[in-house]
Each structure stands twice: as C-alpha cells, then as structure tokens.
Ligand binder design. Structure first.
Ligand code: PGA
Length: 229
C-alpha cells in the first residue's frame, strides 16, 4: 500500500541551492530517489545573488540559501546551521595558536569569494564591523578551488565549515576571535506559491534528514562548533 502511495508521487523537482549546500544536498538525493522513483530532479548550484535572480524569475520549486532575502516576499524555513570558519594550511604558523585576535588576519594573504557570494558578504560585514582590512591576494568563484589554493599555501580564507566534508587533511581551522560566523541554511519559496506535491515531499524529507543529522551528530560540523576540530 505504502509503495502504491509513493508511486503516486511523480514529476519534476527543480531545486536551486547555494554553493555550500552541494556538500549535502546531492548526497541526500540518493535515498530520496530510492523512496520516490517517479521523481526526476534538476539541481542548480550557484551563488547567493544568482539564486535571488532565479527566485525573482520563479524558475525553481525550492531554494536553499543562507541569508533571508531582504526585498523578496518569501517563506523561509531554517533547517541547519552553516557556520563560517577561518581555513588555513595545516602548516600555517597560526595553526597551533588559540584565540587569535581578529586583527592578526590583516597580515595574511586572503582568498576571497567572488562578488555576489553570500559567504563573501558575511565575511566582509564582520571585517567592516571590526574595521579589519585584509589583503586580498586572490579572488575565486569556487569553494573547492579556494581549498586547493589554501592547501597549496597561497593564503587563508573564510568558508562554510561544510566545505570541509569529506575531511581535507591539508586544511585546518584557525581559532580566531569572533568566529565562527553563525549562519543558517533556509529552505525558501515565494510566499503564496502553492508547492507541488513533489516539492512538498522533498521539503519534508529534507527537514527530517536535517533533524536526524542534528540528533545523531553525524555531521562533524557540530563537533567543530562545540569546540574541537
Ligand atoms: P555563496 O553562498 O555560494 O553565495 O557564498 C553561501 C552562503 O551564502 O552561505
């Protein structure tokens, strides 16, 4: 009987998610598609600004972002923490220090995400708040490329803790004051939009999966927020 009900859930699911969500959304799609084989998915992975454009043009069923849009009438459901932390190469001289004053970042070559990135906006606003001026050595539009540059010793950066999944041994998290920057992932859709059965099913599935992650603490994101690396 249950199988029959699941068989009724058919159609296309259009998702658009910020870059950091690609570390868990595709992975969770496997079990989802096994549960609902009739659902086909299209998944766009792009930065915050592009997602807002897609939302304005009503291109997708559901969105995942990390910052509530200011000028759009949308429904936002927080579902998981998305802390931003300072990454450096494991050999970096600051790697063994504790409680590093934020001013120390001014001396380090910095790798910054591209304009339009939500990560960049959050980092810049923390730096502005504390009047910190970092030396941007490199600007890069990809979390993965930034991680490679860090591992290669080019500089430090601030990225979502989730981008370390799976663990990247050459990279460590620096213990800098005012970090992590606390952010949250939200599932978002335009206010007043009637979600399709397929979209609603995914929405509930993802909320449930996120709750399980928190309960089981399977994500090392949480252990890092609580102290260890
Ligand atoms: P970004 O999104 O890819 O736009 O930086 C991440 C975020 O906003 O947390």
């Amino acid at each position: 009987k249950i199988a029959n009900l699941k068989g009724l859930k058919q159609g296309q699911l259009r998702l658009a998610v910020i870059t950091t969500a690609k570390y868990f959304v595709p992975r969770l799609l496997g079990p989802f598609c096994q549960l609902y084989p009739g659902i086909d998915i299209s998944l766009q992975v792009t930065n915050h600004e592009r997602i807002l454009e897609r939302m304005t043009n009503n291109l997708d069923d559901l969105y995942i972002i990390s910052q509530v849009p200011e000028h759009l009438d949308v429904n936002c459901h927080p579902f998981l923490e998305n802390p931003l932390v300072v990454f450096a190469s494991e050999n970096h001289p600051l790697a063994k220090e504790k409680n590093i004053p934020i001013e120390r970042l001014e001396n380090e070559p910095f790798i910054m995400r591209e304009p339009g990135s939500g990560t960049r906006r959050a980092v810049q606003s923390l730096f502005d708040e504390h009047d910190i001026k970092v030396k941007v050595k490199l600007e890069l539009g990809s979390n993965e490329a930034i991680k490679q540059a860090i591992a290669g010793g080019l500089g430090i950066s601030v990225l979502s803790r989730h981008t370390l999944m799976p663990n990247t041994p050459e990279i460590t998290i620096l213990d800098v004051e005012h970090f992590p920057i606390k952010r949250t992932w939200y599932m978002v859709y335009p206010n007043g939009k009637q979600l399709s059965i397929v979209a609603r099913t995914y929405f509930e599935y993802l909320l449930d999966a996120a709750n399980k992650m928190v309960e089981n603490r399977v994500s090392h994101v949480y252990s890092s927020v609580e102290g260890g690396n």
